[in-house]
Write a protein of this length. Structure first.
Length: 365
């Protein structure tokens, strides 16, 4: 009799998954995770060690805490900020930014040209003016931008000839034109004139160029967009060929203990290095998503943050007033967004905000 029982136990025990099956499940899981982050494939790590623009790092630190969790959802315009470096490789005052990585479904909200004003060089003689006029043009005719109709004025203002620092010009309409017709992108032209407008009175003003050795001061286009993604939109089905019953659930005693514990929030660490994404994600290195676990026993107290529906369901379940009515479930009732700073396929640095990624609190629903 004992031998028969042991044989039945062996036959009933599920076989250990093969290495190929484990690898397949991991690949499918990572694919699903990429979909949550709005990607089909992970971007390759940069070919060489690259430092992200300080502006993008500072923006990330303003928007998010060290774990990437959003500090204030109203800080960021849209849910995506993209930065592009100049591709003209040092052609003075002409700039070209390749926008091929901008998705067709992204709505361009604001576009800014960031130029770093260098310290003025020492010159002999008195300085007649302390300001100059800087104008930014959209190039319409690449070969002859100075010909009639060869360029369109986007922005112009007076800039101080003293000191150094970043100057930012709004060029939203030009970028919207380029987003609609990529072939129309002939770049930008920047001119600097003294207040007299005379070519014999050139101002003592220079901007850092892409060909200079100012790695942290290179010309940059910053694009604020929105891709329309709001909250989770993925089906909650199990992986192909696998029912939820086949997934590991832990020991029976552990599950029984969970049912005895009241509904509450527990840590759930997501480590980007562990899943092989540390090469292209700049910040954060990982985050705590948290998860909700525990029982929702009758009667539901206010500390369990029940909805009115959950309270009624709990009463019906406790009194057995209807067949097949289960007790309420312990689920997140507040969700926070997180932010990722990463390199895209073209090695541009992107800041993207994702909704509903962190369980802020749990309740019985």
């Amino acid at each position: 009799m004992l031998g028969t029982v042991l044989l039945l136990l062996v036959l009933a025990k599920p076989a250990c998954p093969s290495p190929a099956s484990v690898a397949s499940r991991r690949a499918e899981a990572l694919k699903r995770l990429l979909e949550v982050f709005g990607m089909e494939d992970p971007p390759p790590p940069p070919a060489h060690v690259k430092q992200p623009p300080q502006y993008m790092v500072d923006l990330f630190n303003t928007v998010a805490n060290a774990d990437g969790v959003t500090k204030n959802p109203d800080i960021l315009e849209g849910n995506t900020v993209r930065s592009f470096l100049d591709k003209t490789h040092g052609e003075k005052m002409r700039f070209l930014f390749v926008l091929s990585s901008v998705a067709k479904n992204e709505k361009v909200l604001t576009a800014e040209l960031h130029l770093f004003r260098l310290w003025p060089r020492a010159t002999d003689g008195p300085k007649r003016h302390h300001f100059c006029q800087v104008s930014v043009y959209q190039v319409l005719e690449k070969e002859e931008p100075d010909a009639p109709g060869g360029k369109k004025l986007l922005a112009a203002r007076l800039v101080s000839l003293q000191g150094s620092g970043w100057e930012v010009f709004a060029i939203t309409q030009a970028v919207r034109d380029w987003a609609e017709d990529e072939s129309s992108n002939q770049g930008l032209l920047v001119t600097v004139q003294g207040l007299s407008g005379s070519p014999h009175d050139p101002p003592n003003l220079q901007f850092a160029s892409g060909g200079d050795h100012h790695e942290s001061k290179k010309p940059m286009l910053v694009l604020f967009t929105d891709d329309g993604r709001r909250g989770a939109s993925l089906p909650m089905a199990g992986f192909p060929g696998e029912s939820l019953a086949q997934l590991p659930r832990g020991s029976r005693s552990a599950r029984s203990l969970d049912r005895l514990q009241p509904c509450q929030r527990h840590p759930l660490s997501v480590d980007f290095e562990e899943i092989g994404w540390s090469g292209w994600i700049i910040s954060p290195r990982g985050y705590n998503a948290y998860h909700c676990k525990g029982s929702c026993p009758f009667p539901l107290g206010e500390n369990m943050r029940p909805t009115n529906h959950a309270t009624v369901q709990s009463i019906i379940n406790a009194l057995r007033l209807s067949e097949g009515v289960s007790s309420p479930c312990c689920v997140p009732d507040k969700l926070y967004s997180i932010n990722l700073l990463y390199f895209d396929d073209d090695e541009n640095v992107v800041l993207k905000q994702y909704d509903d990624m962190v369980a802020g609190s749990c309740g019985c629903h």
